[in-house]
Design a protein. Structure first.
Length: 168
């Protein structure tokens, strides 16, 4: 089910059939460096991750990470959406894109759409976002779509500090 669209992207619910792409993305160097290792190494593990973590979030919170596809050819390029994260008192805007999609403005386009959807469709007044301390590209995206830097934060279960942003 398509949740929202931008000029170039469609964000839809992730399905078990998306396991090959999710496996590729979760094990890409950029994901491992900037987000972390989810321990997903096979398509079967990717399906479990999708059902338990992503679809589970849809059921529990009414939102989650959505598969982000190019409208032109329906090619999956990333994940973007909202996450309920321990240690944050508001939903967190998150995104991750396949390296082949970097530098095309997709992160900014998707993040802006997720932010607008959270406010307008879901009625969420305030959102958070986090990045690694070294992920300057993601920090720039967050600032461009209206987030303000709040400082650093140590989240439970994360082995390093993160930058913390909020958007009113």
């Amino acid at each position: 089910m398509t949740v929202l669209e931008t000029e170039r992207l469609a964000l839809r619910e992730v399905e078990e059939a998306d396991a090959p792409f999710v496996l590729e993305l979760l094990n890409s160097p950029g994901f491992l460096e900037n987000i972390g290792d989810r321990g997903v190494r096979t398509e079967d593990e990717a399906r479990v991750y999708i059902v338990e973590r992503i679809i589970g979030s849809y059921r529990e919170h009414g939102f989650g990470m959505w598969l982000t596809v190019q409208k032109l050819d329906n090619t999956a390029v990333g994940l973007a959406g909202l996450v309920r994260r321990e240690g944050l008192d508001m939903p967190d805007v998150g995104y991750a894109f396949a390296q082949r999609a970097w530098g095309q403005g997709y992160a900014q386009e998707a993040a802006a759409a997720v932010l607008a959807h959270a406010r307008e469709a879901l009625g969420i007044p305030k959102l958070a976002a986090i990045t690694t301390l070294e992920n300057f590209a993601s920090m720039a995206v967050l600032r461009k779509v209206g987030f303000t830097y709040q400082g650093t934060i140590q989240l439970p279960g994360v082995d390093r500090e993160s930058t913390h942003f909020t958007a009113p």
